[in-house]
Ligand binder design. Structure first.
Ligand SMILES: *Cc1c(COP(=O)(O)O)cnc(C)c1O
Length: 361
């Protein structure tokens, strides 16, 4: 098979053992002789996958019983309005750190007033706003912890005087977090915890049912929480294959040493790549240094070498680099180096950048 170093932004690289065990489960799930796509979700084997997946979330992120862990069909964009529908009474505050944050705020407007607490749009979202005032009269503050398109990331769990809601689509499980600082954490699975088709929602249960709004059944988070834990997220048929791959991915993270180990590896990979960007005369990073993401590394050609952009992309592609073209709103290049991206791939990209520098002379 062709050697590929996969830097896709999402969907993206998954751990090799996860792909292997998924192929096996498609053929023969849980030694039943039938595949995982061909069984009822009410079979004990599947119920076990559901309970184990929830338990893996709880173990990996130290999630207390005050929180429900919900798996819901769709993705982060679906959660943009689910989150607001469930928590917004009259007013919500959003920190606008990119396109996804903007889209999240737009959905919330359906349910009430939205105020932008801070924005980094003035510099094309190349930094994380700091020192802004959080309006005390808002029902919650919404943040996007990692801005996938721009390569900026909030590296700490901030203190908020009002409930904190976070879109963690692209950095969940990349570092340890203090879940207790959040009212709600959500995201699409397809960056760090599996394939597309399912969203994760970690929500403080006591905050639900307070808006006075009647919600459609599948929008109301309470529908996903059952007194019998084996029915959690099983009101309807869940996105079975997406959850199965999530189960395998979380198990892989656990086996690798959990989120602390992931964090160490992600720091090693991102440091290696940022050091090369800073050293190499051809390239320059686009994100404010202290806000640089350890998941999405964005860089462009230095002004003097702008005409070499297409050539570098072709050169890198020929060397097996996949998915390094930057998002159209930033340009240049973006290497997404999620949990499952091996250190070898980052080393290969660095070598490729060095070779190209020599070639250009
Ligand atoms: C990818 C991404 C989204 C969109 O996810 P979908 O599941 O495609 O809706 C939202 N927010 C962030 C931070 C993302 O990286």
């Amino acid at each position: 098979m062709k050697v590929a170093h996969n830097f896709n932004a999402g969907p993206c690289v998954l751990p090799k053992p996860v792909i292997e065990s998924t192929i096996e489960a498609l053929r023969n799930f849980d030694n039943t002789g039938v595949g995982v796509l061909e069984i009822s979700h009410r079979t004990p084997g599947w119920e076990r996958i559901m309970t184990e997946t929830e338990q893996l979330w709880r173990d990996l992120l130290n999630i207390s019983d005050d929180y429900a862990v919900i798996l819901s069909g769709g993705g982060a964009s679906t959660q943009f309005y689910h989150a607001a529908a469930n928590l917004l009474k009259t007013k919500a505050s959003y920190v606008e750190t990119g396109l996804w944050a903007k889209k999240a705020a737009k959905e919330a407007k359906t349910f009430g007033e939205v105020v932008i607490a801070a924005s980094s749009e003035d510099k094309n979202y190349s930094y994380i706003p700091k020192g802004y005032t959080i309006p005390k009269d808002a029902d919650y503050l919404h943040i996007t912890t990692n801005n996938t398109i721009y390569g900026t990331e909030l590296h700490i769990d901030i203190d908020s005087p009002i409930p904190l809601v976070a879109d963690m689509s692209s950095d969940i499980m990349s570092r340890p977090i203090d879940v207790n600082k959040y009212a709600l954490i959500y995201g699409g699975a397809q960056k760090n915890v599996g394939p597309a088709g399912v969203a994760f929602v970690i929500v403080r249960k006591d905050l639900l049912g307070k808006t006075g709004r009647t919600l459609p059944t599948m929008v109301d988070y309470r529908t996903y929480i059952d007194n019998d834990p084996k029915n959690n997220s099983m009101y309807n048929t869940p996105p079975v294959i997406s959850i199965f791959v999530m189960h395998e991915t979380l198990q892989w993270i656990k086996k690798m040493g959990g989120v602390e180990a992931m964090h160490r590896l992600n720091l090693e990979k991102s440091t290696l790549l940022y050091n090369e960007i800073d050293r190499n005369k051809l390239f320059v990073g686009t994100a404010n240094k202290e806000d640089r993401s350890i998941m999405n590394v964005c860089f462009v050609m230095n002004e003097a070498y702008k005409d070499k952009e297409v050539e570098f992309l072709e050169f890198a592609t020929a060397q097996g680099m996949v998915g390094i073209k930057g998002h159209r709103s930033v340009g240049g290049f973006r290497a997404s180096i999620y949990n499952a991206c091996p250190l070898e791939s980052v080393k290969a990209l660095v070598a490729c950048m060095q070779e190209f520098e020599k070639k250009v002379g």
